[in-house]
Design a protein around this ligand. Structure first.
Ligand SMILES: OC[C@H]1O[C@](O)(CO)[C@@H](O)[C@@H]1O
Length: 595
């Protein structure tokens, strides 16, 4: 069927549904005039350009670089503080008699995480109201204000702590906005890789901070910490100015009635004309998602994250996975690494931090490959077992040898080696894969809120670990590592018993697996049913407690997904997030994307 007639049919259907909806008194997008208008805008572009799509455009590359700076800011802030706590000038000014008490160092380190928690939870509704671009600029300015508060003090430790809290608001806001803007704007064939750049830039930021701290820690006076802190202005400035030249997210534009602008942005991202088939396809997807989200009675309520189909289970799983990511103990090294290795007796613990930061950064690259090619479950369980083993050795050697004063040099070397092995395992598995898994676990209508809750769990545990680490190590020394080892061990079982394999599946299939109670340990072999059931294609009763399939609800064909015409047959490509661009099974022409 020619595309134009598909659109005509779609419009006709919408009108019928509109009348049916009005008669039954249902509030669905079918009786919303603006949706009809939006369909019309799509239909207008029926004169389709069939040229090939390039896999990557310069515009997308520049967008990835500018927006991922959100991760760099996060990582840079994480990395610099551990070095500051070891700098003489910083200790003399802000410590007590040249040293930090546990409360003081815990407060300075941990307040950033509290700010990030608030920024992350608060950012989604603000970004929905005012747009992604303006919010990204605002959070960067908030971060800059936080740095100004810190850098302008000469003696007050609490000013540093408050400054870190303010900077944390910016980091937290960007931790939601960065992946959101990237996934909403990127062409689908590179979307997964682009979102993963967020974690890559976090690790790059940590590494950069270690290098800069290393370069300045021997300088006399406040330049030791003021130079690295001042360099922290550069990244938000580049991001805020850079984003100014980027376009608003097409998803946000579409939802806010800037339909033509959304179309133009998508066309630019793909590097094609606005009447291109891929642009039409994206516009249809956006429309379908928008319809799906508003189907079954308007906007979902926040509590449906717990009452919707299998949602309590999934929300709890998302929160647990993010908590476990932190409870692996990675930040024990990233926040306190310099201090830990100074205790081991290393002459220059800054060098060790650089080595660990480099391993973290370097091993995240293979991590991006692992996430796509080995399956989430296998990678996460292997990673957790590996980290369990590393912390068992680290804790045992630390407690039974180093702490008792036995073979200090050998003990220190073994501990550094196992810390490095731990970080390599973390960077390849739990670092990036948890973010990927959280993005796949929830259906569209609940994704933003559930991702927000899960990320909040990451930040809470980030704070608890950063704050309590000095107290816990003071009380139980390196036996602290056994706690992290136990959490990694538990993580193996959590993944085995609760997490379905999502690798290679469409988001809708993943949703179906959870709704159908597929056993996670059998999920990699699961075959999807002919008729797919997904939360987005269901009409939910208030509170999401009861499900009516569209036909059970007497709304056959009323759902947005069903009335969107299928992709033009000869141009389909899998909606994959990695590097595997196979043509779709149903008679699809190969190679419609130029490599
Ligand atoms: O790479 C290590 C960094 O990654 C995170 O776990 C975020 O995914 C941070 O909490 C940590 O500092």
């Amino acid at each position: 069927m020619p595309l134009s007639s598909s659109f005509q049919k779609m419009l006709g259907k919408n009108k019928q549904n509109d009348q049916a909806g009005a008669m039954s008194g249902e509030t669905t997008p079918r009786n919303n005039a603006s949706v009809i208008e939006k369909d019309a805008v799509v239909a207008e572009k029926a004169d389709v350009d069939n040229s090939k799509v390039r896999i990557f455009t310069v515009r997308v590359f520049v967008m990835a670089l500018i927006v991922s700076i959100g991760g760099l800011i996060f990582g840079y802030d994480t990395g610099q503080i551990s070095g500051f706590l070891e700098m003489d000038d910083f200790k003399n000014r802000f410590g007590e008699n040249g040293a930090f008490s546990n409360v003081r160092s815990g407060t300075i380190v941990g307040l950033l995480s509290i700010g990030t928690l608030i920024g992350a939870i608060g950012s989604a509704p603000i970004a929905d109201k005012f747009g992604r671009k303006i919010c990204i600029i605002t959070w960067n300015i908030v971060f800059i204000i936080g740095v100004i508060i810190q850098i302008s003090t000469t003696r007050h430790w609490y000013q540093v702590a408050i400054g870190r809290w303010v900077a944390g608001l910016g980091v937290g806001g960007l931790s939601v906005l960065t992946p959101m803007y990237q996934s909403e704007t990127a062409p689908r064939q590179v979307r997964g890789a682009l979102v993963s750049c967020y974690q890559l830039f976090i690790t790059a930021g940590i590494w950069l901070a270690y290098i800069i701290n290393f370069g300045t820690h021997n300088l006399g006076g406040p330049q030791q910490w003021r130079i690295p802190m001042g360099i922290g202005f550069i990244f938000p400035a580049i991001m805020a100015i850079g984003i100014f030249f980027l376009r608003e997210s097409p998803r946000w534009d579409y939802r806010n009635n800037h339909i033509d602008r959304a179309r133009a942005t998508i066309a630019k991202s793909y590097g094609v004309p606005i009447n291109h088939w891929e642009v039409n396809r994206e516009m249809r997807d956006i429309k379908a998602k928008f319809d799906a989200e508003t189907a079954g009675g308007g906007k979902p309520k926040w509590y449906e994250c717990f009452t919707g189909p299998r949602m309590g289970y999934r929300t709890a799983l998302g929160i647990t996975m993010q908590a476990l990511q932190q409870l692996t103990g990675a930040n024990f090294f990233f926040y306190y690494g310099t201090t830990v290795f100074a205790n081991i007796g290393l002459s220059d613990s800054f060098v060790t931090s650089i080595i660990l930061g480099s391993i973290n950064f370097g091993m995240t690259f293979p991590g991006l490959y692992v996430v796509e090619h080995f399956g989430r479950r296998r990678a996460l369980m292997t990673g957790a077992l590996w980290m369990f083993m590393c912390f068992m050795v680290f804790a045992s050697v630390g407690h039974f040898l180093l702490q008792q004063g036995v073979q200090i040099h050998t003990a220190g070397t073994v501990m550094i080696i196992f810390a490095a092995l731990f970080i390599a395992g973390y960077a390849m598995t739990w670092g990036p894969i948890v973010w990927a898994v959280i993005g796949e676990l929830f259906p569209t209508r609940y994704r933003a809120t559930c991702m927000g809750l899960s990320s909040a769990s990451n930040w809470i545990w980030n704070f608890l670990i950063s704050f309590f680490t000095p107290f816990i190590t003071a009380a139980i020394d390196y036996r602290y590592g056994y706690i992290f080892a136990a959490c990694s061990f538990t993580a193996v079982f959590v993944v085995y018993f609760f997490l379905c394999e999502s690798s290679g599946r469409s988001l809708e299939e993943i949703d179906t697996m959870y709704i159908m109670h597929v056993k996670p340990w059998q999920s990699s072999k699961w075959e999807p049913p002919e008729e797919e059931i997904s939360t987005d294609a269901l009409y939910l009763e208030p509170g999401g407690r009861n499900i009516r399939k569209a036909n059970a609800a007497g709304m056959e064909n009323a759902h947005g997904v069903e009335d969107v015409p299928p992709p033009t047959e000869q141009h389909g490509i899998h909606d994959v997030s990695g590097t595997d661009y196979e043509a779709e099974a149903s008679g699809v022409r190969q190679g419609s994307i130029v490599r």
